[in-house]
Design a protein around this ligand. Structure first.
Ligand SMILES: Nc1nc2c(c(=O)[nH]1)N[C@H]1C(S)=C(S)[C@@H](COP(=O)(O)OP(=O)(O)OC[C@H]3O[C@@H](n4cnc5c(N)ncnc54)[C@H](O)[C@@H]3O)O[C@H]1N2
Ligand code: MOO
Length: 444
């Protein structure tokens, strides 16, 4: 029997490709003069963060948060018929003829205070004293306030008639059991907190406030409250500015403050903060300078994207997903150090990301319209975010005037402004009387 020789299979050693180093998804291509547009950069950052998972929040904590459930009342409000006035609960027939010149005397058979229960019905020909909020007994049809009586204790003299329902707040006239009070996605306002407490709810499912850690970098920086000891020193305003803005946007803020231009200190500080951050925000060190270390050091801590955006101020921008483990990476937005640039970058990028983490739409501040009182000049080729003061004229029409110059160090002018004026890359001049887009900077 022929032996069919079997070729010994050659063990093929498949070439293993080098595992690809993890990196951020491809950023958008430059679209304006070789730079990335503000919208593209913002959309890119928004695509890289997800809303935080919701959990049960105490009512007070929930104020300002976005609900992740519908809220239904399980009780009626009011929960029972009750008196709207301090006075006497009566049967209408007993006081039908009562008037200033024809008082009616009736025996007072008891007193009901707010909180009392198990009440006997009101017998014909009698009244009962009743306080505001106290339950109205069966049989009583109206409440005559003290002011329409002689306030008697054993017997009361009544000078006014009462129609059925007078001064009685009916069970369920405000809210009935089963009513939808709030929808998933609604923001919880203080009055909603009151309503939910009023129907007995103490916890709601909502996304938490993002924990935002704010760091400013720069060896020239001095903590406010301390003296400036050397020439060239300045106070760290950015960590305060960014922390305050993040707080106003709804975040829970940890202001770490200043870190000097030392690579190890920057790395150590950022690594130490990861554990308590849903978002890191740093200022400074993202431009071309020899000591702009954020840009050179951060790639060692995670996946980063440094770019230039076609906007002024706020051109140099950095973003990262920081941390070693893919599941644990924390987003970080690195804004430029000039204070106005830092603030404008906050409005353009950090605020939308905070809102996405909170699940609060719209993520982007809506542009509104205001009419230039004087001609506004702009620099072509970049989106200018100039500082402006918006006022309503006599007819209620919004007008806007620029405040200060274009310099991104002009903090005084920024503080005087109440709006950012958006002048597109094509704009050279907006003639007086023409509309421009503005972001109104609501304070608080
Ligand atoms: N050769 C180039 N130089 C610069 C460019 C460029 O394209 N080429 N871009 C300029 C622009 S635009 C900006 S914006 C800044 C951004 O610089 P950095 O993000 O690297 O910021 P720093 O150099 O650290 O600081 C800039 C400026 O801001 C002051 N600063 C920084 N931190 C604070 C703080 N916490 N509180 C107050 N003030 C702060 C700092 O002292 C500098 O004056 O780069 C331009 N240069
Ligand atoms: O971009 Mo810088 O922020 O113009 O001053």
């Amino acid at each position: 029997m022929p032996l069919f020789g079997r070729r010994k299979k050659q063990t093929e050693v498949a070439e293993q490709p080098e595992p690809e180093a993890p990196r951020l998804p491809d950023p958008p291509a430059p679209s304006i003069n070789g730079l990335r547009s503000m919208q593209d950069h913002r959309d890119y950052l928004l695509s890289l963060v997800e809303p935080l998972p919701p959990f049960g929040q105490n009512l007070i904590e929930a104020q300002g948060l976005s609900l992740c459930e519908d809220i239904v009342s399980h009780i009626d409000l009011p929960g029972f018929d009750n008196s709207a006035m301090d006075g006497y609960a009566v049967r209408c027939a007993d006081v039908a003829e009562a008037a200033e010149d024809n008082p009616v005397d009736l025996p007072v058979v008891g007193e009901i205070a707010a909180g009392d229960g198990d009440l006997p019905p009101l017998a014909a020909g009698t009244v009962v004293k009743i306080m505001t909020g106290a339950p109205v007994p069966d049989g009583a049809e109206a409440v005559i306030p003290y002011e329409g009586t002689n306030r008697g204790s054993e017997t009361v003299r009544i000078f006014a008639p009462g129609q059925p329902g007078l001064n009685i707040r009916r069970r369920g006239e405000d809210v009935t059991a089963g009513t939808l009070l709030l929808n998933e996605g609604d923001l919880v306002a203080p009055r909603n907190v009151g309503l939910m407490a009023g129907v007995g709810i103490d916890k709601v499912l909502a996304r938490p406030r993002p924990r935002v850690v704010v760091i400013s970098t720069g060896s020239e920086l001095v903590q406010p409250g301390n003296p400036l000891t050397g020439g060239g020193q300045i106070y760290d305003s950015n960590s305060y500015l960014l922390a305050a803005a993040a707080k106003a946007a709804g975040a829970q803020v940890y202001r770490v403050g200043l870190v000097s231009d030392d690579p190890d200190e920057i790395k150590q500080t950022i690594s130490d903060q990861l554990v308590r951050a849903d978002l890191l925000v740093s200022s400074g060190g993202v431009s071309q300078g020899d000591y702009d270390l954020v840009k050179s050091v951060l790639p060692e801590l995670g996946l980063t994207d440094f770019t230039e955006v076609a906007m002024q101020p706020g051109k140099p921008q950095g973003f990262g997903l920081i941390g070693e483990h893919p599941d644990d990476r924390v987003p970080m937005i690195m804004v430029p150090g000039n204070p106005v640039s830092a603030f404008v970058s906050f409005e353009a990028f950090v605020r939308p990301v905070i809102r996405k983490l909170m699940g609060v739409e719209p993520y982007v501040r809506p542009s509104e319209r205001a009419f230039a009182t004087k001609a506004i000049r702009s620099v072509k080729g970049k989106l200018q975010l100039a500082r402006g003061i918006v006022t309503a004229d006599a007819g209620g029409r919004r007008t806007v005037e620029l405040v200060g110059g274009h310099g991104s160090h002009l903090m005084g002018d920024l503080a005087r402004a109440n709006a950012l004026v958006l002048l597109g890359p094509e704009t050279e001049v907006v003639p007086a009387g023409q509309p421009v887009a503005v972001w109104m900077l609501a304070d608080g």
